[in-house]
Design a protein around this ligand. Structure first.
Ligand SMILES: Nc1ncnc2c1ncn2[C@@H]1O[C@H](COP(=O)(O)OP(=O)(O)OP(=O)(O)O)[C@@H](O)[C@H]1O
Ligand SMILES: [Mg+2]
Length: 486
């Protein structure tokens, strides 16, 4: 148990009102979770302003309020701390409340536009061969024992620090986590002391939030700028933004990539629909690796994980073994069938993602590439023709279908996608029923063909105007493959 005075110690605050010696039994930023003698931190979010919920927090028993607003005299029996930045304050208070959990932990942060989940999962697999390692990211908060689902790729500081505190009690000293740029701007990792920070790549994404590429990149840079001299930056040198990071950091760094200048690079590699074989040179040795992952982007992700493992001092045999055991993350370039033809599931649901996906498949030996996809209803309609164009420019045959039509008429959505095809493009068909569309694709697949089912990835539902049904690309495809071979 700590007093509010202890919790705000060393936090710069504007003013305080009331008794600072009150004991605090919990901290929360959601007023609905407040219990007696808790501290409520009012956060002004994008949609909700916690300051509008102070009354509810107090009614639920909040003993202390931390807010960017000055003391409001309608609240008589509370202690009030006015701070400059409520998100930073949340992280500060949580850090003290949970006894500085990041201080003695070894934490690896992974940032970049693409590849964060794959790189983190690879590192999780490799590190776990020699020590208990936890993971936080798109897949949830994961340990060897459990996996807690989360709604954010990088959770709020409060949950992050509590998780870290919990796992330390279970003897986990190491954590690998995805760090989104939004999280950096919102100080979610302000009190996480990173030992390694990995930069995968940088392309325009999340521009709705960041407005400009520059702002988006500056926010990623924060992770690296904050690294102390003895910490490590791990940089993808194939991405020119890495040179900008090098200019700005004061920590040690190591580079990976296909470039001759990379410290960790493949000197020889073979990419196929069966996976990746590569000979990788590192400052320490030469590694012969084999992986079930497909595509050049995944070899890049493997290089990042190798770099991290080498910095951590993990033996070569453990690295090789873990990489060879590693299976694709569900719904991400996930090959579910490789035999006479190949079937893979990927959650690409934007024109950019479809293009990247198809281009990386085109690099692998194949006959035809057949793609099945749709576009979500009641969401961005402008991407539909661009998705159509990306598909017809990079695949040999396109099957347009439904992908969560929501409030819209599925046929209208398909029309919008088809509007992106050039007038002379005829190698396509349309099938509103996603199950029939997948069956059709599997029926038409010949030897050597690659069939891509895109858009839903790990989702197991389909949303219509009036109902939500269970729908799983994995199940439908497996059944159709079985029937084709019956
Ligand atoms: N290194 C990479 N470079 C470019 N594209 C990649 C890379 N790694 C993966 N991808 C593509 O991006 C998709 C998402 O990969 P992953 O989930 O690992 O990234 P992420 O950064 O965690 O994404 P998100 O922001 O959606 O959580 C993959 O399906 C693949 O098509
Ligand atoms: Mg992710």
């Amino acid at each position: 148990m700590k007093t509010i005075e202890t919790l705000i110690n060393q936090l710069e605050y504007i003013s305080s009102y009331g008794d600072l010696s009150v004991p605090i039994f919990g901290i929360e930023y959601d007023s609905r979770n407040i219990k007696p003698d808790f501290c409520f931190i009012a956060i002004k979010g994008v949609k909700i302003d916690g300051n509008n919920h102070i009354q509810e927090a107090v009614a639920n028993g909040a003993r202390a309020i931390v807010s960017e607003l000055p003391y409001n005299p309608i609240y008589q029996h509370v202690t009030w701390i006015q701070i400059k930045n409520s998100r930073f304050a949340l992280s500060h208070l949580a850090n003290v409340f949970y006894n500085y959990p990041a201080e003695s932990a070894y934490v690896v942060g992974v940032t970049g536009t693409n590849g964060k989940t794959t790189i983190s999962s690879l590192i999780y697999e490799i590190y776990n061969t020699i020590e208990k390692t936890a993971m936080i990211g798109t897949l949830g908060m994961k340990t060897r024992e459990e996996n807690l689902k989360t709604s954010l790729t990088t959770p709020e500081s409060l949950h992050l620090l509590k998780f870290l505190s919990d796992i330390k009690q279970a003897d986990y000293q190491t954590l690998v986590m995805e760090v989104s740029s939004v999280a950096l701007v919102f100080h979610r990792t302000a009190h996480i002391n990173f030992d390694q920070a990995i930069f995968s790549n940088f392309t325009g994404d999340h521009l709705d939030f960041h407005k400009t590429m520059e702002h988006y990149f500056e926010s990623k840079l924060l992770l690296f700028k904050n690294l102390a001299a003895e910490k490590w930056a791990i940089l993808n040198i194939d991405d020119p933004y890495s040179y900008r990071i090098i200019d700005e950091i004061s920590c040690k760094y190591i580079t990976y990539g296909f470039s001759e200048d990379a410290d960790i690079r493949p000197v020889k590699y073979r990419l196929s629909l069966k996976g990746i074989n590569a000979t990788i040179v590192t400052p320490r040795s030469i590694l012969e690796i084999k992986s079930n992952l497909i595509g050049k982007v995944n070899l890049s992700n493997i290089l990042a994980a190798v770099a991290s493992a080498i910095i951590k001092g993990i033996p070569d045999e453990a690295i090789i073994q873990a990489i060879s055991n590693f299976k694709a993350v569900k719904g991400r370039l996930d090959v579910i069938y490789k035999n006479d033809f190949t079937v893979l599931i990927d959650y690409a649901h934007t024109d950019h993602a479809l293009e990247t996906l198809l281009k990386s498949l085109k690099e692998l030996p194949h006959q035809r590439i057949i793609i099945v996809f749709g576009a979500g209803g009641s969401r961005d309609t402008t991407k539909r023709p661009r998705m159509g164009l990306a598909a017809c420019s990079n695949a040999d045959f396109v099957i347009i279908t439904s992908d969560n039509p929501r409030q819209e008429d599925p046929n209208k959505i398909m029309d919008d996608i088809i509007a992106g095809f050039p007038p002379n493009f005829t190698n396509y068909s349309r099938e509103t029923d996603r199950q029939k569309a997948i069956r059709k694709a599997i029926d038409m697949a010949n030897k050597g063909d690659v069939l891509v089912i895109a858009g839903k990835g790990h989702e197991d539902y389909q949303i219509f105007k009036d109902r939500v049904i269970h729908f799983d690309d994995y199940e439908v495809a497996a059944q159709a493959i079985k029937e084709k071979h019956a």
